[in-house]
Design a protein around this ligand. Structure first.
Ligand SMILES: NC(=O)c1ccc[n+]([C@@H]2O[C@H](COP(=O)([O-])OP(=O)(O)OC[C@H]3O[C@@H](n4cnc5c(N)ncnc54)[C@H](OP(=O)(O)O)[C@@H]3O)[C@@H](O)[C@H]2O)c1
Length: 284
């Protein structure tokens, strides 16, 4: 991957206090960008900021409180972020995610759909005008190969508590939504480069729902957080990825998603449904 300096850029990473997001934030800060770590826990974000600054004392990093499971807090977070400085946002890395959980968000949506997709939809649309002020803006949506494991989207199931015992089918649907959102965002905004990606199977905290002994064994066969952040960093910063908007990436290269992930009608329906459920009119 060609190294690109991010000097002078403002990059915002959600869920950057651990796992793939923390490595992405650290490496983008190392390239010279101001990086905002948008996280739900100030204490965990402060610990991540300490680690990043210990690694690179010149790192320019800051915390923003963001809870994607509460749409009104998401809106307040975007207001606070935009008020911080009158500068374009160059790159938005929508990385935060939950897997294997059961429940609903504060607004009554299935927890995985609400956090992984709908929260990020509201977040991104509230920041879109500031992104469009940048010279070469990018939105990177961390999806998953799990999007291939769905039998489509049952809309009524998204407005209820998690139905499955494992939360896995709902996670797969939420990751399909990440792929579809990226596709539709790219179609609507040809001045923004939009990416969705699979980071690999990575030994992060996302597996916290798996029983401990099984988790320890499985994690030995997974990628490190650094390896897991490679495709995110490629999409967020590499010159080679510039201009390749609307694609799904795996191992730092474009890859054909599951047919559902390239279904333009489904992408448009998800967009309309997300607008209706969030009360946003995102017509561009
Ligand atoms: N690990 C894998 O094998 C794998 C595979 C495919 C895709 N992915 C995707 O990669 C992304 C990063 O996951 P990871 O593996 O690095 O997992 P992780 O270590 O568990 O990190 C997830 C991040 O999301 C944050 N988050 C969770 N709920 C949130 C909320 N309501 N509001 C704001 N932030 C919230 C977490 O914050 P807390 O620390 O406060 O919980 C954490 O910072 C996710 O989108 C995941 O779906 C991971």
């Amino acid at each position: 991957m060609t190294e690109l300096s991010c000097e002078g850029q403002w990059v915002v990473v959600t869920g950057a206090n651990t796992g793939i997001g923390e490595v992405a934030a650290r490496e983008i800060a190392r390239k010279g960008a101001l990086v905002t770590l948008a996280c739900r826990s100030e204490a965990r974000a402060a610990a991540a900021i300490d680690r990043i600054v210990q690694d690179n004392p010149a790192a320019n990093v800051e915390f923003l409180h963001l809870d994607l499971s509460d749409l009104s807090q998401v809106r307040s977070a975007t207001v606070e972020l935009l008020a911080r400085r009158d500068a374009p946002i160059d790159v938005l890395v929508n990385n935060a995610g939950v897997a294997g959980r059961r429940g609903v968000t504060k607004d009554g949506f299935e927890i995985q759909f609400g956090v992984n997709h709908l929260g990020h939809f509201v977040w991104t649309m509230a920041l879109i005008d500031r992104l469009r002020c940048a010279r070469s803006p990018r939105v990177v949506n961390v999806a998953s190969r799990a999007h291939t494991r769905t039998a489509g989207i049952i809309w009524e199931h998204l407005q209820r508590p998690t139905r499955s015992v494992s939360g896995w089918p709902e996670y797969c649907v939420s990751k399909l939504c990440n792929v579809l959102f990226s596709r539709e965002l790219a179609r609507r905004y040809d001045d923004i480069d939009v990416y969705s990606l699979h980071p690999g199977v990575v030994a992060t905290d996302i597996w916290r729902g798996v029983p401990a002994p099984v988790r320890w064994v499985l994690k030995r066969f997974m990628l490190s957080n650094e390896q897991g952040a490679e495709t995110t960093l490629h999409c967020a910063t590499s010159p080679e990825a510039q201009g390749q908007s609307g694609l799904y990436w795996d191992k730092a290269a474009p890859k054909q998603p599951h047919p559902y992930g390239s279904d333009d009608k489904l992408a448009a329906t998800l967009w309309a449904q997300s607008e209706q459920w969030s009360g946003i009119d995102a017509t561009s």
